[in-house]
Design a protein around this ligand. Structure first.
Ligand code: SF4
Ligand code: SF4
Length: 359
């Protein structure tokens, strides 16, 4: 594997977060206190070392930054205040821009004006579609329903799947990870387990409440997605689907509100350093859940006919979420982390085979 040195690596990654990497004197305390490290998957000292030495390829080929759930234990106990937890977060942000083939993730991470322009353009686009359709309620809502469906299909096939394949190339193919077919089958199980449960968070100390909040947000979000896109929540008369929509929409906005307060209060280590993309992610998720909930409530109470602006606001937030935040923002962390955990299992399996062969 290439060992190309990038002398500007530290400077580059500093654009993705706050940390004083050079303060680290490699005592190894952070790796020792981290409950998520294990044989073959050691961090965060290793990443700091790679960063300080400018070993870009080594950093890109690692899955370890995604195994970190940012509990903050390492940061609290670092004798040099080097903030290794935030370092791992910054590396994760940087990695998303390396996986992204379009280059837009990097642009939006580094340039707030570019991100704001993106949000404004999408808002104008949504308004223009409403205008073209004479703000006819039925026509605009029909368009909104189709938009959700086609956004999911196109974002996944054109952006997220190619990016996952790039990640697979960087972390498994290029470093020549030689895992058995059986390990790949197991990796699929790991992928879905972690995607839906994020169960590894519980290995960290005092993270049960945070884990539960995230779990409820993820379940609410996925449930709302299925109910609105595939079960046509705004158009259905089916009482069960309607109530399920209220429950999932409520879960999303109530629990994202809690996460939002926690980020505002900076109570947890994970919330102490926020980038604009972190704020957009959490605020837009909150607004999506809230406006979806209110639109259905307005439909059920007969208020939507005179307050169609609410649906237009919901559609605008939805379009911004689907076009900007899901493919290029913080949402991708959810996906990359799940895949990284299954790639980490492939690496561990390949390492075990090597050790067994050498014994
Ligand atoms: S980040 Fe802190 S705890 Fe970790 S190796 Fe460096 S000095 Fe030690
Ligand atoms: S923040 Fe927590 S999970 Fe991440 S490296 Fe530090 S101790 Fe480990």
């Amino acid at each position: 594997m290439s060992t190309r040195v990038n002398p500007n690596l530290i400077k580059e990654i500093k654009k993705f977060g706050a940390s004083d990497w050079n303060a680290c004197f490699h005592c190894g305390n952070c790796t020792a206190v981290c409950n998520l490290t294990e044989e073959g998957v050691l961090f965060p000292r290793k990443e700091i070392r790679a960063l300080q030495m400018g070993l870009e390829d080594k950093l890109i080929s690692g899955v370890e930054p995604w195994v970190c759930y940012y509990c903050g234990d390492c940061t609290e106990t670092c004798p040099r205040d080097a903030n290794p937890g935030e370092l791992m977060m910054s590396v994760r942000r940087w990695l998303t821009t390396k996986y992204d083939w379009t280059g837009l993730a990097g642009l939006f991470y580094k340039s707030l004006p570019a991100l704001i322009i993106g949000f404004i353009l999408v808002a104008i686009g949504v308004f223009a579609i409403g205008f073209v359709k004479d703000f006819n309620h039925e026509a605009v809502m029909h368009f909104g329903h189709k938009l959700e469906f086609w956004l999911i299909i196109s974002v996944f096939t054109l952006i997220l799947v190619p990016n996952i394949l790039r990640m697979f190339y960087f972390t498994v193919i290029k470093p020549k990870v030689n895992a058995s077919f059986r390990s790949y089958i197991d990796a699929v199980g790991t992928l879905f387990l972690h995607m839906f449960t994020q169960i590894k968070t519980l290995k960290c100390d005092k993270q049960t409440v945070r884990w539960l909040e995230h779990l409820l947000v993820v379940l609410g979000y996925l449930g709302l997605l299925v109910i609105t896109v595939f079960l046509d929540w705004f158009g259905t008369e089916n009482k069960i689907i309607i109530y399920l929509g209220y429950i999932t929409g409520g879960l999303v906005f109530i629990f994202t509100a809690l996460l939002l307060f926690s980020r505002l209060n900076k109570e947890r280590e994970v919330n102490k350093y926020s980038q604009p993309t972190d704020w957009f992610f959490i605020i837009w998720l909150f607004l999506m859940g809230l406006t979806a909930f209110l639109v259905r409530l307005f439909i059920d109470t007969g208020l939507l006919a005179n307050h169609f602006w609410l649906y237009m606001v919901h559609l605008m937030i939805l379009a911004q979420w689907g076009i900007l935040i899901v493919p290029f923002g913080k949402w991708t962390h959810f996906l990359y982390r799940s895949f990284a955990l299954s790639f980490a299992n492939l690496k561990k399996a390949a390492l075990n085979v090597k050790v067994a062969a050498a014994a």
